[in-house]
Design a protein around this ligand. Structure first.
Ligand SMILES: [Zn+2]
Length: 290
């Protein structure tokens, strides 16, 4: 907890300098004045395809961020590959078992609240899942509501970001239940998934998760750094159904790179390997209510 608070203060102290740098340097081409395009969603035609005009409009929006459109994600399977149960052991997901050529993006913590990232997501409509920590988001819950409004889900990543397997059981429960309560209040829906900070958990974590509401622990197979990705696969390749970890980070944590630059690089890595990005929650069936 101390470690996290210290980091938070450091970021806050740097925030002024970062704002000044952005104002002077205009870190992304085009600045952020008047660039708020109301992106027309690509309209499916009667045959299920898209019109050439819609594709051209989509390409224009991607070009604005130095990108070309990713392949469209296939329809998620009606029979979900992961089915969660209301009780019983809490599963740990590192990937989704699917033959589809899709990967899933998850973004953690919430320290960086870059308005340009919201603009980018409005333009690109890439789905992702947010694992939020209350300490990082409490200064501005509204920022993440904008991303939620685009269809992205908010999930649980503790109150204070401790290493869960190093704290007592009671504290673990407080971290999961406390954040669950706040996220439910702020975002109007109770998180289904939990990610432990640093990926560290033990049986006590699973007990806490089961007692507090989430039905699965979500791990990852790739981790996005500043420009490159770290792979668990020795072949350094994405595999169908992989879950990718990224963070809400800004220039102070990315050696001067912005959140949108990091995310553009992430999309390029996915594109190079011929994958589409799908929504994690579309592949997971929550427990049926009784
Ligand atoms: Zn974290």
């Amino acid at each position: 907890m101390k470690r996290y608070d210290k980091r938070g203060r450091r970021c806050a102290a740097l925030a002024g300098a970062v704002v000044a740098a952005l104002a002077v340097g205009g870190c992304d081409a085009g600045g952020d004045t008047g660039a708020r395009s109301s992106a027309a969603p690509v309209q499916p035609t009667a045959t299920g395809g898209t019109t050439a005009a819609a594709r051209a409009a989509e390409a224009t929006l991607w070009r604005k961020w130095g990108l070309t459109p990713l392949p469209s994600a296939p329809q998620p399977p009606a029979d979900k590959p992961v089915k969660l149960s209301a009780s019983g052991p809490v599963p740990v997901l590192t990937h989704i078992p699917t033959p589809q050529r899709v990967v899933f993006i998850t973004i953690d913590d919430g320290q960086e609240k870059d308005p340009r990232f919201v603009e980018m997501m409005r333009d690109l409509k890439v789905p992702f899942t947010m694992f939020l920590t209350n300490d990082a988001i409490k200064s501005d819950y509204g920022y993440f509501k904008q991303l939620q409004a685009l269809g992205n889900h908010v999930q649980n990543h503790t109150l204070h970001h401790p290493q869960m397997n190093a704290v007592p059981q009671a504290r673990q429960k407080e971290e999961v239940c406390g954040n669950q309560k706040i996220l439910t209040r702020e975002y109007g829906t109770s998180p289904l998934l939990f990610r432990p900070p640093y990926g560290a958990y033990n049986t006590g974590t699973k007990t806490a998760v089961a007692e507090c509401g989430p039905k699965a622990i979500v791990w990852w197979r790739e981790s996005m750094q500043i420009h490159n990705m770290t792979y668990q696969d020795p072949g350094k390749k994405l595999r169908p159904g992989d879950i990718i970890l990224a963070h809400f980070r800004g220039p102070s944590e990315l050696k001067g790179a912005t959140m949108t630059q990091m995310f553009a690089d992430l999309l390029k890595h996915i594109q190079e390997q011929g994958f589409a990005v799908a929504r994690l929650e579309d592949y997971i069936q929550p427990p049926t209510e009784h």
